[in-house]
Write a new protein. Structure first.
Length: 286
């Protein structure tokens, strides 16, 4: 594994030399190049002005911020140079917090932090063990590529994971999602749903989280390279079942056995269809 950054983690008077590594294996992502259909030549794209249709070079391009429709404020390179922050190669930890304080929507990208050389191993291991024992996460800032990013360091096994965090201003409020009302749910239905969830309780390592499409795509590419015939396997589409139908099936399994499950589900679906088809009838929401 090759390091992408070298620097230090610093908090109070403690400084630990570290190397940062990509946690995500980008080699697993399959990317395609666009080719000319006739001769398989790579496709290039000209930078063309939409106003005058001229093809322009990089020297003819400036940055513009749209403050009104079709109106821009021009930002020159010199303007941006004045804002550049000097890279100090230091992850400056400003404090330690509980992990639950950071909402999952703020996580942007994971990285691994490792000790930079034998001298750093002892201090690095002590920090990792301390974070694990206390359940705390370090929040700090680091200057990367001329701008400042907020990062969080957290323990993972016997090492340290570093997460780049989004600014809270970048994340929309969930209240902006349409049709999220505050109407209460039926307590009996809630209890049934909780029982259904409890019956499906498992652990993450028991679940099949493989990317089947990516695996099939890789197999197809390898088969084409070897000149083999491609066989298409269509996956059977599963019917959509509403939550009440699922709950009835769950209760049938528990109290009456599987023999009555299909009949109860069928009866419920027939009743739902009848309510929808009868004119002048008010549909009952479940």
């Amino acid at each position: 594994m090759r390091a992408i950054w070298k620097g230090h983690i610093r908090f109070s008077l403690v400084t630990i030399p570290v190397r940062i590594y990509n946690a995500v294996d980008t080699d697993q992502t399959i990317r395609f190049n666009q080719l000319h259909k006739e001769d398989h030549g790579p496709i290039g794209y000209d930078k063309k002005c939409k106003k005058c249709s001229k093809v322009v070079t990089s020297e003819d391009i400036v940055k513009g911020y749209p403050y009104e429709p079709d109106r821009f404020v021009i930002v020159e390179k010199d303007d941006l140079d004045k804002l550049k922050l000097k890279s100090t190669k230091i992850i400056e930890i400003e404090g330690f917090i509980d992990a639950k304080e950071v909402h999952p929507t703020l996580y942007e990208a994971p990285y691994y932090a490792g000790p930079d050389g034998p001298v750093a191993v002892k201090a690095y291991s002590l920090l990792a063990a301390t974070l694990k024992e206390t359940g705390k996460m370090g929040i700090g800032k680091v200057v990367l590529r001329d701008r400042e990013d907020v990062v969080m360091i957290a323990p993972q096994e016997n090492g340290i994971c570093l997460y780049k965090l989004r600014s809270p201003k970048e994340v929309r409020k969930i209240g902006e999602v349409p049709q999220l009302d505050n109407k209460g749910v039926d307590k009996k239905q809630l209890e049934l749903a909780k029982n259904l969830v409890e019956s499906m309780k498992t652990s993450l390592n028991k679940l099949d989280l493989t990317d089947k499409y990516n695996d099939a795509l890789r197999e197809m590419i390898e088969a084409k390279i070897e000149g083999k015939q491609i066989v298409t396997v269509e996956e059977e589409e599963k019917p959509i079942v509403d939550i009440m139908t699922a709950l009835i099936g769950y209760l049938a399994c528990i109290f009456f056995g599987y023999a009555l499950q299909a009949k109860l589900v069928e009866a419920h679906q027939r009743l739902q269809a009848q309510r929808k088809s009868e004119p002048g009838q008010t549909q009952v929401k479940e």
